[in-house]
Write a protein that binds this ligand. Sequence first.
Ligand SMILES: Nc1ncnc2c1ncn2[C@@H]1O[C@H](COP(=O)(O)OP(=O)(O)OP(=O)(O)O)[C@@H](O)[C@H]1O
Length: 500
Amino acid sequence: MKEVLGDPRSVTAPSALHDPAAKGRTILIADDDRAIRTVLTQALGRAGYEVRTTGAAATLWTWVSEGLGDLVITDVVMPDENGLDLIPRIKKIRPELRIIVMSAQNTLLTAVKATERGAFEYLPKPFDLTELVNVVRRALSTPARAVAAPGLEADDQEGLPLIGRSAAMQEIYRTLARLMNTDLTVMITGESGTGKELVARALHDYGKRRAGPFVAVNMAAIPRELIESELFGHEKGAFTGATARGVGRFEQADGGTLFLDEIGDMPPEAQTRLLRVLQENEYTTVGGRTAIRANVRIVAATHRDLTQQIRQGLFREDLFYRLNVVPIRLPPLRERSEDIPELVRHFLAEVAAEGLPAKGLDAAAMDRLKRHRWPGNVRELENLVRRLAALYSQESIGVDVIEAELASAPPVLNTSTGGEGLSGLVERHLREYFAAHSDTLPAAGLHDRVLREVERPLIALSLEATRGNQIKAAHLLGLNRNTLRKKIRELDIQVIRGVR
Ligand SMILES: Nc1ncnc2c1ncn2[C@@H]1O[C@H](COP(=O)(O)OP(=O)(O)OP(=O)(O)O)[C@@H](O)[C@H]1O
């Protein structure tokens, strides 16, 4: 049986799970919900453990200070004290005692705090009892773990709200919490607008490099021939237009996190260079000779299917394995539609805080939103909510308004760009590009370079869509066949037959 969603108290029963190592081990449980105490007592009792339960944090504290128990399972919100606040006190007097935190709060901050304060594991409610029994067994057979250094506590305010309490988001919060004290390379995949950049920021903000810079680079936004100098910097005179030394993003991100967005769009030469940096932990600037030590944590993201890119020869397999150390897949919004009401409330509150009149959605309207497919994911939802707040005067928005808004069909190109439109997307990337050169101007010849940047994917994708058939692609593009052939050569596009 799997998780039962909805009721935070619902837990599902394990299959027979007697653990021979359980004999003589006592588990202390604190939860103010009697039903939960009962189910946990039964499940752990069946597995062979001794169990003591209480509804008060104070009683748990007394037991622990008397030296009782081999493991603690505690809830977070209890009438007398917050379970999370108890953890450091317990760790101080009994550092070896494993603590499992369970909570129905289910925010990223709870997961992070539990891990940060030294909990062995965090279980969002509702959870599967089989999983709990497995966690207990693991906890009792793993040596004590160092607690995060004091002073590294996450702020109480969740500055960067990742909204959503669906099972899929809970899994992501747990992964993020586990990654907190590591420097592991992370690869975030997911459709456009699912929150990849937000997750990358969370990894940084709750990670051990949080005091350092967070630098984001969008591979798709930078002209191909400039990517290497953008990442690694260049020496004066390294190429035409390099009139001064240029600082690269690796240098800017020194001591912090480098977020490589749209990594699937990285050109081959830059991929090779990046691979070398990841292998050797050193890089050289374009035109430079001295090796510079790289001190960045890499987080990469893509909305593309990299395994397919690898098959097509567009992405290096060895680089993929270097980057894919910890994969995080963000689900599309349609797979977690139960999060939509909370997201809507969050975005409505945001626009209200910006000075627009406060609004709400009636039940039918909310229901309609939950049934939409959301090709542009959270970004599309956010844009819709902003439109509703700005364009409609009624306080409570009904389903008719939602129908009308969803029916004002976005243009063809919107589906992949999250409701933004192609020109909006190009403008966003160009803005980012200019912003990256805030103190200097980009190298001369920008017009042609940018047009080539648009032309290349346009032609490559047309060829992909026509399975490498150049006659069909020329027709699709409205180009003469010879012109297309010439452009394929000039732009160095690989034509792969039969692949789509
Ligand atoms: N779980 C979430 N909670 C709150 N806001 C979210 C969430 N996920 C995404 N958003 C918001 O949706 C918008 C898009 O998110 P983000 O830019 O992180 O997506 P992305 O996957 O990186 O998109 P792209 O692939 O197009 O770059 C942002 O405004 C972000 O704040």
